[in-house]
Design a protein. Structure first.
Length: 62
């Protein structure tokens, strides 16, 4: 179910943007972090691994 991974990534991005905008202790940030955790847990329960959510980034040096 790739849509669960997409939902988890989107929830994580929303939480990160909120934390940057209003701070990590703000109630909105906490709600979005909880939603991101729930989305990640749902993806995990269906068999996705953490690496499916957090893809590795390769840096190329020239």
């Amino acid at each position: 179910m790739p849509h669960l991974i997409h939902k988890a990534r989107a929830a994580q991005r929303r939480a990160a943007r909120a934390a940057s905008a209003v701070g990590p202790a703000h109630p909105l940030t906490r709600i979005l972090l909880a939603a991101a955790a729930m989305a990640a847990a749902a993806a995990w329960e269906t068999g996705h691994r953490v690496t499916d959510l957090h893809s590795t980034r390769r840096h190329h040096e020239r």
